[in-house]
Design a protein around this ligand. Structure first.
Ligand SMILES: O=P(O)(O)OC[C@H]1O[C@H](O)[C@H](O)[C@@H](O)[C@@H]1O
Length: 557
């Protein structure tokens, strides 16, 4: 047994789970009448109500004890102080420094990195202003009005999700596009709809080696040069790069003055706060981007200063772990009740699953407990008419976060009232359910015979007791979005610490990348394809025939 599963804190929780059993959340409200106010944490316009969880006061006490036994506070401080807690890559984890403010001093190996951070933010700010004020111009002298971000994973999902979330704050007259997939069905329609004289391509890649991004960037570059009559000089006016790899950017042919830097202590999925946020800053303006950083900073301060018992990321991390490790939940749903947060779930998916989808601990030993859950979701109310059926009546336990925005950015108050009423109805229904007896009584009252009612009742009853958090944001503005994003970043960190895994590497994505080089060579070659298993050889042969424009022989391959 591992240190974790043999620890007193863990075994106490397991024993407590057996005692708590199937105790109803609604009964906990009877025995703990102060739950709604006690299980409530608020920080600068972002509030968490976690009272609708399968967790009593005693559960929470044991979870906080687990966090302390795993030295969560020490790990948190080590992260903020720049210790190399990303052990497999010997790197610090300092995305918090990107939003810390210029008055802070944060050192790595004795050097104050805040000087670098502040200088780069200043460069970004100047650039954003130059574009918006029409001082930065395209090759033919026209001002820029279209931004095309080319990146993937952490260099795409965060900026795109934030741009969509903050669409109410978009700078008038600036259009933004986000291209990620190497599938040219992504890039082609964008190129078809933009003006080469007024476009700025923002090539976002931490490593500047990612196949998809490099392929898309080359295509964009070829397209632009062709549109400019073959003049390579146009590239300097229409391309900027965001990267930690200055050399590879130079090799690509982007002028060093057009490169915005960040550093290896910023993980890709944590990089929205860095130069990777440039497309977003161009899309929403510098003041709004700064507000987002301020929101992230506010959550950092909360995470650092609030006692564990009043600490939002800690509570959310511990509750998630409770369901995952002690109640068998395999997935976790995030259900934002705001259309603009639809893509936020995609970002959270990478943030959480790439961070905590690990099967060995920091020391490389296999874990004997489950780690990161499958994160999924979609906006409510759309989800209600699609997959909520399974949450309500399926066989799996699916805990969920409901995210609601108190004040909308439109004038249709009637819509907003309906939207929020659905948040209440769903979280209540998930908790309370509807017993078979109650359904039976209702059916009889409607005039059904006893036999008919008995047949129908099991289908119409709901077990309930499905746990939810309710997150309330005053408004979906840059500050509160920044808080929300940092909240989830720290939730992921909390869980990673307790599981003793490295949440900041991502070796699991490497194998496919390496193999893709071989398979690309196969698809580009001529002779028989024999280097793989029979299935892969067969599939590759069919694909090559199709790519070569030959008649496809699916049978023979
Ligand atoms: O920014 P890049 O170096 O192009 O990387 C883009 C993405 O691809 C990788 O495969 C990683 O899994 C991601 O964490 C990363 O964000």
């Amino acid at each position: 047994m591992s240190d974790l599963t043999s620890s007193g804190a863990w075994t106490s929780l397991a024993a407590h789970r057996d005692v708590l059993g199937e105790q109803k959340i609604s009964d906990l409200f009877q025995s703990e009448p102060d739950r709604a106010t006690r299980m409530w944490i608020e920080n600068k316009g972002l509030a968490l109500d976690y009272s609708k969880n399968r967790a009593s006061a005693e559960t929470m006490r044991l979870l906080f004890a687990l966090a302390r036994a795993r030295k969560l506070e020490e790990w948190r401080d080590r992260m903020f102080e720049g210790e190399p807690i990303n052990g497999t890559e010997h790197r610090a984890v300092l995305h918090s420094a990107l939003r810390a403010g210029s008055d802070q001093i944060i050192k790595i190996d004795g050097d104050n990195i805040m000087e670098l951070v502040t200088a780069e933010l200043d460069r970004m700010k100047n650039f954003v202003h130059a574009v918006h004020e029409g001082r930065w111009r395209g090759y033919s002298g026209k001002p820029i009005d279209t931004i095309v971000n080319i990146g993937i994973g952490g260099s795409h999902l965060g900026p795109q999700a934030a741009m969509e979330a903050l669409s109410a704050h978009a700078v008038p007259g600036i259009r933004t596009h986000f291209v990620s997939n190497v599938d040219a069905h992504d890039m082609a329609p964008v190129l078809a709809g933009i003006d080469p004289e007024t476009v700025l391509f923002v090539i976002a890649s931490k490593t500047f080696t990612t196949q998809e991004t490099m392929t898309n960037a080359m295509t964009a570059r070829r397209w632009l040069v062709a549109k400019m009559g073959g003049d390579e000089g146009a590239v300097a006016h229409h391309f900027v790069a965001l990267s930690t790899n200055a050399r590879a950017v130079a090799d690509f042919g982007i002028d060093s003055r057009n490169v915005f830097h960040f550093w290896d202590w910023v993980g890709g999925r944590y990089s929205l706060w860095s130069a990777i946020g440039l497309s977003l800053a161009l899309g929403i303006g510098w003041e709004n981007f700064s507000q987002m950083l301020a929101g992230g900073r506010a959550m950092d301060r909360h995470f650092q200063a609030a006692p564990l018992e009043r600490n939002m990321p800690v509570v959310m991390g511990l509750l998630g772990l409770w369901y995952s490790n002690f109640m068998g939940a395999e997935t976790y749903a995030v259900l934002p009740y705001d259309q603009r947060l639809d893509r936020f779930v995609d970002h959270l998916q990478q943030l959480d699953m790439e961070s905590n989808g690990k099967r060995v601990n920091r020391e490389g030993a296999p874990v004997d407990y489950t780690t990161g859950p499958v994160i999924w979701g979609r906006t409510g109310t759309n989800g209600q008419h699609a997959f909520y059926q399974l949450i309500h009546q399926g066989t799996r336990l699916i805990p969920a976060d409901f995210i609601a925005i108190l004040k909308a950015d439109h004038d249709h108050l009637d819509h907003h009232r309906i939207l929020l009423s659905n948040v209440l109805a769903q979280t209540e229904a998930l908790m309370i359910g509807k017993s078979t007896d109650k359904v039976l009584a209702d059916l009889l009252a409607q005039g059904l015979s006893k036999e008919e009612a008995a047949l129908l009742a099991p289908h119409k009853s709901f077990p309930g007791n499905i746990p939810t958090n309710s997150l309330l944001l005053d408004r979906l503005d840059p500050f509160h979005f920044g808080q929300l994003l940092a909240l989830y970043e720290h939730k992921v960190f909390v869980q990673g610490v307790i599981w003793n895994i490295n949440s900041f590497d991502q070796w699991g994505v490497e194998l496919g990348k390496v193999l893709a080089k071989t398979t690309l060579a196969d698809l580009s070659g001529t002779g028989p394809i024999t280097g793989h298993d029979p299935s892969t050889n067969h599939l590759a042969m069919i694909m090559r025939q199709a790519l070569d424009g030959a008649a496809v022989d699916k049978k023979g391959g």
